[in-house]
Design a protein around this ligand. Structure first.
Ligand code: ZN
Length: 77
């Protein structure tokens, strides 16, 4: 867990922290070039009580392409 995650989780009631972590782990950035997916949790972030999709432009660690990564929520891993 990163410092940022610890700080954010400190503001979430203890009973909801597991839920916040589980939901964050469900959110993934997927590389449009190769399909490589990384969870928001693994990237050191928190995403909770969010919906919808977003797209960001970044470098993929798998294929090295600088391109679009789609952020979406998955129900399975
Ligand atoms: Zn890629």
């Amino acid at each position: 867990m990163t410092l940022l995650q610890r700080l954010i989780l400190a503001f979430i009631p203890a009973a909801r922290r597991a839920e916040a972590e589980a939901e964050t782990r469900a959110w993934h950035y997927t590389c449009e070039a190769c399909g490589h997916a990384r969870s928001v949790w693994d990237l050191g972030g928190i995403r909770w009580k969010a919906s919808g999709q977003s797209v960001t432009r970044t470098k993929c660690p798998a294929c090295g392409t600088i391109g679009f990564h789609t952020l979406d929520k998955r129900t399975t891993h």
